[in-house]
Design a protein around this ligand. Structure first.
Ligand SMILES: [Zn+2]
Ligand SMILES: [Zn+2]
Length: 304
């Protein structure tokens, strides 16, 4: 809720006219409580979990239209009911865990100082803060994820997320309820260390989930804009982690590749890519065309 009754009052307070974005924010948020604004995340998460994976469902159903060559594990295909079951499981988790967590976590947002007022942050400030959030999340998530691959963590908690050895978009948030809660910590740490505006916070929560859906898509599209982000892992990178499964000691990072590189946990993946490259070169020499740039031809190639 803004401490001004009119746009003129807000302009007097700031010593300048409001920008177009600030005027829109004033009209939208002036009479809404901060708690209500914070709870927008519930709607955003519901929409992201429900809508963003839909094009991937279409792609999976229409693989014969030329999408097949981008499928990372082409031997695996999921039917519509199987994908819908995954969505239903995620929605159950959403209603029982994610939604309630949002409802009760509001005091923490107030304590760390997420603001809803004017002026709005500049685009530069938003981008800088989001970059910091992604880096903090990536680093913290790396270690928690690595811990979850220990015997206890995997059997008791993380095994659920790995039920999909060939992930799909809907399976990005598919996990044990405790994992959903635990991995909320890395997402919260960035805004806690560098608190920003509520709009930045919304964007952070939304972009992190969209990124997770992309890395679980099961498809490595050459046109994805995330390819231009330095050290970005992407779908192929995380798909390998699921492909190897519970024994995986490779590719723990959620967003970037540098943690796995620094701590030496990308060796299995690098080796695997090398083997695939050689196989592909060999098949080209033989005159055989597999058509795809990334594929896992047999289960025997597991390299852990
Ligand atoms: Zn894992
Ligand atoms: Zn995953």
């Amino acid at each position: 809720m803004l401490p001004f009754d009119t746009i003129e009052e807000a302009a007097t307070f700031m010593g300048r006219n409001l920008t177009v974005a600030e005027t829109m924010w004033f009209k939208y948020s002036a009479k809404k409580s901060d708690y209500y604004l914070y709870c927008h995340n519930i709607l955003f998460l519901f929409l992201i979990f429900s809508v963003v994976p839909l094009p991937l469902v279409f792609v999976e159903m229409m693989r014969s239209l030329g999408f097949d060559k981008y499928k990372i594990q082409p031997k695996v295909s999921l039917s519509l009911p199987e994908m819908f079951k995954c969505y239903k499981d995620v929605m159950r988790m959403f209603v029982l865990v994610v939604g309630p967590l949002q409802l009760v976590s509001y005091p923490s947002i107030k304590i760390i100082g997420i603001r809803t007022g004017l002026p709005l942050p500049s685009l530069w400030e938003i981008v800088a803060q989001l970059t910091v959030y992604f880096m903090i999340e990536d680093y913290t998530n790396y270690w928690i994820h690595r811990f979850l691959h220990g015997k206890w963590g995997y059997e008791k908690i993380h095994r659920v997320h790995h039920e999909y050895t060939a992930p799909i978009g809907f399976a990005a948030p598919y996990a044990h309820w405790l994992e959903v809660l635990i991995l909320g910590i890395p997402s919260f740490l960035g805004p806690a260390i560098v608190p920003g505006h509520m709009i930045t916070f919304w964007l952070w929560i939304a972009l992190r989930q969209i990124e997770a859906i992309e890395t679980h898509s099961g498809y490595d599209f050459p046109w994805t804009p995330t390819r231009f982000i330095p050290f970005y892992g992407g779908a192929d990178y995380h798909d390998y982690h699921h492909y190897v499964g519970g024994q995986s000691q490779s590719n723990f990072a959620s967003v970037f590749t540098y943690c796995d590189y620094i701590y030496g946990t990308d060796k299995g993946y690098r080796y695997h890519k090398k083997v695939l490259r050689k196989l592909k070169e060999g098949s080209k020499v033989d005159g055989a065309q597999n058509g795809g740039s990334y594929y896992y031809p047999t289960q025997d190639l597991k390299s852990e």
